[in-house]
Design a protein around this ligand. Structure first.
Ligand code: NCC
Length: 277
């Protein structure tokens, strides 16, 4: 098997990974009263964008003292992850939040106060669940890894004005397959990290996507998150998620310079619409 070029990889992603969110007309949700009441009637991609320039802000500890806040906020749309705050960290991570992508563990974890904390109240929410079901939504509905649907309904009732989407699990596993097909060795059958899911989500909405500190810069550190005093190299290198393989793939697709990665922790990727395949 020959190794694909960056451009070929990008075209594979564009062709084979379809961004999709749940709408009330999908089985089995069409038979559930709560779904037509609470799920957005349209796809995320028809409600949001297209944006010109976008930023993906990983939660990496190496964002600390980066001074990237102004640059991040200069983009038309910014995606952040899970419980990553902006308040108090504006200088390094900016303050604009267009989309917040959260895993279902965050929604279920009492300590993270998902239902009540103002951390989650800005921007559009998008949730995903790491369960192994890909296209059979009924199986997934009955065997989610965390109680994503009950928490979703609670949140929507408490915050009815805030747009809130749920990722179709097929998106996760289509992306997982791209990673596996482009690696020589078998990778763990766990879904891609929120960071890569959010990167491909933004590639579906934006002309150009800048990803910050997903590929670590010279500030690389064992500090897990920029917002917590917790040290673990696995946050950057991966354990549960195939993070090292994800980063390898993103490195191959990067259209910016190696200097940009080293100095700024910045990767530049084209949006799918601006790709000629
Ligand atoms: O840590 P997490 O991700 O919230 O980080 C968001 C994304 O940033 C990238 N990242 C983060 C830290 C780091 N040192 N390097 C990085 O590249 C990754 O792409 C990561 O996805 C997740 O993917 O959803 C994850 O969520 C946490 C946790 O559930 C939430 O933070 C809430 O506490 C997971 N940690 C645990 O389960 C203990 C983590 O594995 C992945």
């Amino acid at each position: 098997r020959t190794k694909l070029s960056g451009h070929e990889l990008l075209c594979q992603l564009k062709e084979k990974v379809q961004l999709s969110t749940l709408t009330p007309d999908f089985q089995p949700f069409s038979a559930m009263a709560w779904a037509s009441l609470l799920l957005p009637p349209q796809q995320l991609s028809s409600d949001l964008g297209p944006y010109k320039s976008c930023a993906v802000v990983s939660s990496a500890g190496s964002l600390r003292n980066s001074g990237l806040g102004k640059e991040i906020d200069s983009h038309d749309a910014v995606i952040r992850f899970n419980a990553a705050p902006t308040s108090g960290f504006e200088k390094d991570v900016g303050s604009k939040t267009t989309i917040r992508l959260i895993n279902s563990q965050v929604m279920a974890n009492e300590d993270l106060r998902f239902l009540s904390s103002s951390l989650y109240s800005s921007g559009v929410l998008v949730a995903w669940d790491p369960s192994p079901f890909s296209s059979d939504l009924s199986q997934w509905y009955n065997h989610t890894d965390y109680p994503i649907f009950s928490q979703y309904q609670r949140y929507r009732r408490l915050h009815p004005q805030q747009p809130f989407y749920i990722l179709h699990p097929r998106f996760e596993w289509q992306l997982w397959q791209r990673i596996q097909d482009n690696m020589a060795e078998p990778i763990q059958k766990n879904p891609p990290s929120s960071g890569l899911l959010g990167t491909v989500l933004m590639m579906s909405l934006c002309e150009v996507v800048h990803v910050y500190e997903f590929l670590p810069s010279r500030r690389k550190t064992e500090l897990c998150h920029y917002y917590q005093r917790f040290y673990d190299a696995a946050c950057t290198l991966g354990a549960y998620h195939p993070l090292l393989y994800e980063k390898n793939l993103v490195k191959r697709m990067n259209q910016g310079s190696d200097q940009d990665i080293y100095v700024h922790g910045r990767v530049t990727l084209p949006g799918f619409r601006s790709l000629n395949c």
